[in-house]
Design a protein around this ligand. Structure first.
Ligand SMILES: [Cu+2]
Length: 118
């Protein structure tokens, strides 16, 4: 009787430990994802946020929510997306700290900046 209770108690404790470990892993991954990656939404002929700060190694994903195409073009010429239709995405990774200005190749008044800082 006592023995089987012991066994059940041990099993319950192992289960709780496993759930705890899984939760810890999940939250660590969430934190890592937050530190590394960011999104820029294109809405109503504007990049939002217009100025975005990320850490080195971050991947920035643009997503066009307008129903006309936009293009993401780096001022320094380092990257240029294809024409992004509605809900199309474009991602770039930023490894080196610095300020990276960009604009829309179809509507040059649409401007934004990505700041990469440790
Ligand atoms: Cu545009």
């Amino acid at each position: 009787m006592i023995r089987s209770f012991d066994k059940r108690w041990r099993r319950a404790r192992m289960g709780a430990l496993a759930i705890g470990a899984a939760l810890a892993l999940f939250f660590c991954q969430m934190l890592l994802a937050q530190a590394d990656d960011a999104n820029i939404s294109i809405d109503n002929f504007a990049f939002a946020p217009a100025v975005l700060t990320v850490k080195p190694g971050a991947t920035v994903t643009f997503e066009n929510h307008d129903d006309i195409p936009h293009l993401v073009v780096a001022v320094d010429g380092k990257y240029r997306s294809k024409a992004l239709d509605t809900n199309d995405k474009f991602s770039i990774a930023f490894d080196k700290p610095g300020e990276y200005a960009y604009f829309c190749g179809l509507h040059p008044h649409m401007k934004g900046k990505i700041i990469v800082a440790p």
